[in-house]
Design a protein around this ligand. Sequence first.
Ligand SMILES: [Fe+2]
Length: 238
Amino acid sequence: MRACEVMIDIHCHILPDIDDGPKTFDESVAMARLAAADGIAGIVATPHLNEKVFDPIEISRRVAWLNHLLRAEKIPVSIMQGADVSVLFKPSEIEGFTINETEYILVEFPHTHLPSNADEILFQFVVNGYKPIITHPERNPSISSNPHLLTKLLGDNMYVQVTAGSLTGEFGTGAQQCAEHLLRAGVVDVLATDAHSTTHRKPQLSAGMQAAAKIVGHEAARRMVFSNPVKIISGIDI
Ligand SMILES: [Fe+2]
């Protein structure tokens, strides 16, 4: 890794006892240890915000305690605040759930389909000052069978995050082929782990980056795990 670069994971369910991620802080620490071994130096903690609604203070408390534990264990990973926000939420309801207090916010479509008003939903985020990052579109059945549905949705200040594991086949052939198509189309801004545990959906980015490099080249693949996520957590335009 170059001295000035750190790999950042902007989408990781690493906080305990808040969603379907780890149950305990011990498991969260183990996930961070695995991430560090893969070369990840920063993780945005992004619990699901969907049917179960919680106060963003629930996230920040866990982030603070996990950072304390990681320092005590000398694990060189810092945790930042974020959320994996369902499109069911309106822009007026998401204050405190953006990535590291920037305008960037993860936006998750349903796992079953693409809403017919997806363009209007994204537009409303943008006109309210947010920069929506569409999470793992390659795992949405409507998009994986017709990737053009995504490319025609995208406009200014809208971004795309593909799951690293999709590029290594972890989510099946459909997701892998769609992820590869989106890479070739040049619409992927960032890779992230969307990790949930140390055993499946692990917090690892390097294998996905290497798979992406075979399609878009090393420099473009590196941007997706180094410079673009750094810009996102810093609130800088990509
Ligand atoms: Fe997620």
